[in-house]
Design a protein around this ligand. Structure first.
Ligand SMILES: NC(=O)c1ccc[n+]([C@@H]2O[C@H](COP(=O)([O-])OP(=O)(O)OC[C@H]3O[C@@H](n4cnc5c(N)ncnc54)[C@H](O)[C@@H]3O)[C@@H](O)[C@H]2O)c1
Length: 282
């Protein structure tokens, strides 16, 4: 028989997450999904340090004692190492790391991709993740913790036409996560991948506009096609992705590690590029 107090517990009580003991580094927290994660972490009581390469985005962050930002290009190994260690010193440790930085990379046929564009996409999306994680591990080993790596639902069900560099980097995140989870589990460090679907925001609006111009389809129609590729027929909001990340940072996620979890409204997969003018931007 269910205890009465259990039966009367409300959903909001059940999902109240207290991160007041948490000290979290969030890369790419200056805008978009990373910023939503930072806001939700602060609202849940965490201390947060954002690492971001965009000075203007850093300048737009709200001033609060719980939130600081460090200007840093995560693809620069020395800068990333120094920034993570400075963040840890500022907060008195690290209990969580969210590797949120990601760039779209080139949208084109594979034989047109320049060496520079290929290397930059991998350097930011993958090398940067390694540099920040490597620097955070000694801090996380002290008391255990949680690492959350952002990949993309766009690569969860196969390839991503015209996005070779991005797709390669985001698939690699899954191997990175699963191997780290094995290497770090004995230190009570959990490692998971979150795969966002198409998230409403500046980034996707820019992509839709560019794809519309290239394909001769209206941006409105293209947006409709994009939504239609989701089983739930809605777009994802940054806050939906943030909610899962916060759960994984919290003690409620204490036995979840080595997983890849999508927040994508049921993205059903890409068709090949000649049938899918939206094969860009996510
Ligand atoms: N927006 C989407 O629809 C979507 C979908 C799937 C996956 N994702 C992934 O989620 C993550 C966040 O995406 P978003 O749309 O919020 O991106 P965004 O472009 O809005 O924000 C990314 C942030 O990272 C920062 N950044 C970029 N390069 C950097 C570098 N070298 N060093 C430090 N900071 C850097 C930017 O200044 C920016 O503040 C990315 O990894 C992205 O690939 C996004």
């Amino acid at each position: 028989m269910i205890d009465e107090s259990f039966a009367t517990m409300t959903l909001s009580q059940a999902l109240t997450l207290d991160l007041s003991e948490q000290r979290v580094v969030i890369t790419g927290g200056g805008s978009g999904i990373g910023r939503a994660i930072a806001e939700m972490a602060v609202a849940s009581g965490a201390s947060v340090v954002i690492l971001d390469a965009d000075v203007d985005a850093i300048g737009r962050l709200p001033a609060t004692g719980q939130l600081c930002a460090i200007h840093c290009d995560v693809a620069d190994a020395d800068a990333a190492n120094e920034a993570v260690n400075n963040a840890a010193t500022m907060m008195g440790g690290v209990t969580g790391l969210v590797n949120g930085v990601g760039i779209a990379g080139p949208t084109m046929s594979p034989d047109g991709i320049s060496v520079e564009a290929w290397r930059r996409t991998l350097a930011v999306n993958l090398d940067g993740m390694f540099y920040c994680t490597r620097a955070a591990i000694p801090w996380l080993k002290r008391n255990g913790g949680s690492i959350v790596n952002l990949s993309s639902a766009a690569i969860a069900r196969g390839g991503f036409p015209m996005r070779l560099a991005y797709a390669t980097s985001k698939k690699a995140v899954i191997g990175f996560t699963e191997t780290l989870a094995m290497d770090l589990g004995r230190h009570a460090i959990r490692v998971n991948t979150v795969l966002p679907g198409t998230v409403e925001g500046d980034r996707v609006r820019t992509v839709i506009a560019a794809a519309a111009e290239a394909s001769g389809v209206s941006a409105e129609d293209l947006w409709g096609d994009t939504i239609a590729a989701n089983s739930l027929r809605v777009a994802v909001e940054a806050v939906d992705v943030a909610a899962l990340v916060i759960f994984l940072l919290s003690d409620l996620g204490r036995l979840i590690t080595s997983q890849s979890i999508a927040v994508c409204a049921g993205f059903e997969g890409h068709r090949s590029q000649d049938q899918d003018p939206m094969a860009s931007g996510r």
